[in-house]
Design a protein around this ligand. Structure first.
Ligand code: ATP
Ligand code: MG
Length: 183
């Protein structure tokens, strides 16, 4: 599957609906300091199932909701939707007949967040596994943050193995096995 569009509403500084078309090839996000480049990447990680608010530079999950600025009042909800092209038919079985997947996550103040895949309610786990099976995800090595490269060079063999497993697209299988063993 390929990412084709990212839609952000009320997430961090994105108070107005923002729609980013992800074209084939390389996409660069450029802009002055504080314009929201990191917020955009965080929106992408959040919709893929990031569960740690610290990883979102926040002091609580509700902090990802637009908190107001100047004369704009704060909002009570935030929603991010990631559109995926399923032309290669690699979506999970339940969605494999669909040409496109829309994965969305919505948060309401003090009520936590909910996920949907093509309008159907999904668990955080389903969304995280969907991306793990595509060799990506909120914590995946395919997301290379500042300082990550030297971290990877210094990583212990076990951690490096986890990277290779992720690149091979089998990390989702490992976490399913772990879940099955706990049952
Ligand atoms: P730099 O080039 O310095 O890395 P950047 O483009 O990555 O900047 P971000 O860190 O994405 O910028 O955006 C920072 C801005 O987002 C700040 O102005 C901050 O006030 C705003 N911001 C963060 N969280 C919220 C929120 N919940 N509500 C409103 N604004 C927010
Ligand atoms: Mg930044």
């Amino acid at each position: 599957m390929k990412f084709t569009r990212l839609r952000i509403l009320g997430f961090k500084s994105f108070v107005e609906p923002a729609d980013f078309v992800i074209e084939k090839g390389l996409t660069a996000v450029v802009g002055p300091n504080g314009c929201g480049k990191s917020n955009l990447v965080e929106a992408l990680r959040w919709v893929m199932g990031e569960s740690s608010y610290k990883n979102m530079r926040a002091s609580g999950m509700d902090d990802v909701i637009f908190s107001g600025s100047g004369n704009r009042p704060s909002r009570n909800t935030a929603e991010v939707t990631l559109f995926l092209d399923n032309a290669d038919r690699t979506a999970p079985a339940a969605f494999n007949g669909e040409d496109e997947l829309q994965v969305s996550r919505r948060i309401e103040r003090q009520s936590g967040s909910t996920y949907r895949i093509n309008g159907r309610e999904a668990r955080a786990r389903d969304v995280q596994l969907l991306f793990a099976d595509q060799s990506t995800g909120a914590r995946s090595p395919s997301m290379v943050g500042q300082g990550r490269v030297s971290e990877l060079i210094q990583a212990k063999p076990q951690a490096r193995r986890a990277l290779l497993e992720e690149a091979a697209g089998i990390s989702g299988l490992h976490s399913r096995r772990h879940e099955a063993e706990l049952r």
